[in-house]
Design a protein around this ligand. Structure first.
Ligand code: GRG
Length: 309
């Protein structure tokens, strides 16, 4: 990426992030009937400093298909609410048991486990309320609800998390028991396609839906999304191995120390880097027919593997 296009992309991303964060705040005001502490816990995690990759994907996909930020913004907020709920629950003692997220103490460390669970539940359900109330026309709202429900559910986000937790056995031990590297890699990719990739894909789908896009651009965006989701996860594993805790905003080295299956663990650091680079090239190639309107998605893909947080 040249320095001037990187700078103009950064400006754009900054401006979009501030629009996203304003809208998130608007959608998460404590309404009559919502206990004060619950509202506070919801906003604590939702508005904490974050990259906002999934909402940016919604807005950029809409733009690539000729749509507007205004029409896509509720979908961008809905996917960020689902993502934030999944992080709150993932950090709980029964799951990953983390004390640092987005550079801050995790939700349950501040508000207690019960409130953290409920804040996650409330963000999950609020996401669908926002889609139903704010996306127009009603058929597009329905299509977004259906797509997001699938991506957040048992066959995708929650299913990937369940498999991740139940497959948490020592990768080396499994290899010693004769499981081939290819089989372990296949399993790892399947977990991440659901746990991480599904929200990337549905972000692109909802962006395209709000722009009224047809089947062809949607197919290109999906190809881009599949490659980007996997590259993102490899980059995330690489940050867990070599990242700076302060920059990343969460504990590093945890996955490797717990013997979890990871890309650098299975393929080595250098090969993982090369694989991520190849995936980003594939993702960008998939968008070539969309031309200049898809340029920001191309830049976002590069950012995903070059980031330090
Ligand atoms: C239903 C009980 C219950 C739990 C659901 C689905 C789930 C718990 C957890 C999966 C969430 C998870 C940790 C996915 C991994 C994806 C990942 C690397 C997230 C970090 O995303 P970034 O880097 O973070 O985009 P920011 O903070 O920038 O948004």
């Amino acid at each position: 990426m040249s320095r001037s296009s990187a700078t103009s992309f950064e400006h754009y991303a900054l401006e979009m992030r501030s629009q996203i964060e304003e809208a998130l705040l608007r959608y998460c005001q404590t309404e009559p009937g919502c206990p004060e502490q619950l509202g506070e816990a919801m906003r604590y995690s939702l508005l904490a400093p974050a990259k906002r990759l999934r909402p940016l994907l919604v807005l950029m996909a809409a733009e690539a298909c000729g749509g507007t930020v205004e029409a896509a913004l509720p979908a961008a907020c809905a996917v960020e609410m689902i993502h934030s709920y999944s992080l709150i629950h993932d950090d709980l003692p029964a799951m990953d048991d983390d004390d640092l997220r987005r550079g801050l103490p995790t939700n349950h460390k501040v508000f207690g486990e019960a409130t953290a669970i409920l804040a996650g539940d409330a963000l999950l359900t609020r996401a669908f309320e926002v889609l139903a109330n704010e996306i127009r026309p009603a058929e597009t709202a329905l299509a977004c609800c259906s797509a997001l429900g699938q991506a957040a559910g048992a066959t995708a986000l929650v299913g990937g998390q369940a498999d991740d937790l139940s497959h948490e056995r020592d990768a080396e031990e499994r290899a010693a028991y004769g499981e081939s590297k290819a089989a372990l890699l296949g399993e790892l990719e399947s977990i991440h396609a659901r746990k991480t990739g599904a929200l990337f894909l549905v972000s692109l789908r909802m962006g395209a839906l709000t722009a009224g896009a047809g089947a062809e651009p949607l197919k290109m965006l999906e190809e881009y999304g599949r490659a980007l989701g996997l590259a993102f996860q490899i980059a995330d594993d690489l940050l867990d191995v070599g990242g700076n805790e302060q920059a990343v905003g969460k504990r590093v080295g945890k996955d490797a120390n717990r013997g979890k299956l990871t890309f650098p663990g299975l393929m080595g650091v250098e090969e993982s880097r090369r694989r991520a680079e190849r995936l980003i090239a594939e993702a960008c190639d998939a968008l070539a027919p969309l031309g200049p309107p898809a340029e920001r998605l191309v830049m976002l893909a590069r950012y995903v593997v070059e980031r330090d947080r």
